[in-house]
Design a binder for this molecule. Structure first.
Ligand code: GDP
Ligand code: IMO
Ligand code: MG
Length: 416
């Protein structure tokens, strides 16, 4: 399940919904920069690191090699789930090769962002993600399996001291955070740790099904996103292979999730960002506030060339559309079909377009009334303009829309 925009497409809700049909739900990249929301009986669970299949009995959840784990956040999240009666220690498996985020990674993230000025700011979640992945490719990172080894403390201190040499003015809290880090490590020690690739291969050999849960979205991918305004991992389909340890031909259906409009948290180009009044309306109706940082999300209209780019890049076989209810009752819903750059019209999205001079080209506008909140509406229950809107998206990206979500509730979904 891959996000096709800049994250927050509603992956958590859909993964939770599909989990029952899978043996394993696996996260393959990212870390606590993610925030995946699942509503159960009107109560929200926000998961940052634990896969969104965790609420289902009989489903194994797996954190793969490509993930970065913050023990502090992990232990808070595990606490929240345990208090809700979720048998997390029984349901969760951790890959030995996942990386640990140290308190000083977070300090470095804050420092890196502070040193960037104006246009250079990324708008990071400041969860230490970038610095932790830098240490991974720099071949000095701390891997999860080390928490059971005799050298763990030594390696931790070596890496922390390396960070302290680079940090100019670390906040005094990192010392207290260090204590919480080791408490979090104690929590992590309670879970079954597996050799990641072997675990995945054995599941596949036993004909078990795996649902890979992406974090962030395609346009935040470190290679194919709107660089440098991206995250530090592979959010697109290739990340599944490296992050879990499996060959591409094991990847079957590729589910891509998109909102019926666009949002972006943090900095970077956003061609279809709406005018302030329209943006405010979408923010309010869609409750568009970051699940991790609480920041307001920038909002705008669906960008069909960008969606086509993400669909093609990932080889999406089924599209899932969320939040169509949010646009119900608006006077006009716009659809971006191309761009104008310096007098030229462009129909194809690329992260390398001249983003400073670009303007969106909108065509036909749609409008539909507020939707019923009933469970399991059928496609025919939707207002005709919404049906047309969905069919338009399908036609433009040439992939069928198989699920349409129209509310936060688990059953507010239309299957086609
Ligand atoms: P994720 O990061 O992709 O899992 O998405 P988030 O959980 O960060 O953000 C999606 C938000 O939209 C969450 O608060 C969901 O509860 C909510 N949501 C998901 N699907 C729908 C929908 O169809 N309609 C509405 N109104 N909200 C939705
Ligand atoms: P989910 O999984 C939305 C954004 C940040 C910032 C950029 C880099 O919930 O969809 P980072 O902390 O990774 O260095 O930030 O990426 N970002 C997200 N935006 N949803 C997310 O995750 C995100 N994770 C990171 O806002 O612009
Ligand atoms: Mg999110």
């Amino acid at each position: 399940m891959l996000g096709l925009q800049w994250g927050d497409e509603g992956k958590g809700k859909l993964v939770d919904q599909l989990s029952k049909s899978y043996d394993v739900v696996a996260r393959f990249q990212g870390g606590p920069n993610a925030g995946h929301t699942i509503y159960v009986n009107e109560k929200p669970f926000v998961l940052h690191q634990i896969p969104s299949g965790i609420l289902h009995e009989g489903v194994e959840n797996f954190i793969g090699n490509g993930v970065v784990i913050d023990p502090i956040v992990f232990s808070e999240e595990a606490g929240q789930l345990k208090r809700a009666g979720v048998l997390i220690t029984e349901r969760l498996r951790l890959s030995q090769g996942a990386m640990l985020i140290l308190p000083t990674h977070r300090e470095l993230d804050i420092q890196e962002e502070r040193f960037r000025s104006g246009q250079d700011k990324i708008g990071s979640t400041l969860r230490g993600i970038g610095p932790c992945y830098q240490d991974k490719v720099g071949r000095r990172g701390l891997r999860l399996h080390e928490i059971h080894g005799a050298e763990f403390k030594n390696h931790y201190e070596k890496l922390r001291n390396y960070h302290l040499q680079i940090l100019k003015d670390p906040s005094p809290e990192w010392k207290e955070e260090e204590e919480r880090f080791f408490e979090g490590v104690e929590e992590l020690r309670q879970y079954k740790m597996v050799e990641g690739q072997t675990y995945v291969q054995e599941k596949l050999k036993a004909q078990q099904s795996i649902l890979a849960e992406g974090a962030q979205g395609t346009l935040l991918d470190v290679d194919h996103g709107t660089y440098p305004y991206v995250t530090s991992s592979s959010t697109q389909v290739g990340g599944v292979c490296t992050g879990l340890g499996l060959a591409p031909w094991h990847v079957g259906e590729i589910f891509g999730v998109t909102k019926a409009y666009c949002t972006r948290v943090g900095e970077g180009p956003f061609i279809t960002q709406a005018l302030p009044k329209e943006e405010h309306m979408i923010q309010e109706r869609g409750e568009e506030r970051g699940s991790t940082t609480g920041r307001l999300r920038r909002c705008g209209w669906i960008d069909l060339p960008a969606l086509r780019y993400a669909v093609q890049l990932n080889g999406v076989t089924q599209l899932m559309l969320t939040k169509v209810d949010v646009l119900g009752g608006l006077d006009s819903v716009k659809v971006c079909v191309g761009y104008e750059i310096g007098g030229d019209q462009v129909k194809v999205f690329s992260p390398h377009l001249n983003m400073t001079e670009i303007r969106p080209l909108y065509d036909e506008e749609y409008a539909w009334e507020k939707l019923s909140r009933e469970d399991r509406l059928s496609f025919e229950d939707f207002p005709i303009p919404l049906q047309k809107y969905i069919e338009r998206i399908e036609k433009e990206v040439d992939v069928p829309v198989s699920r349409i979500s129209y509310g936060v509730g688990r059953e507010q979904v239309c299957l086609r």
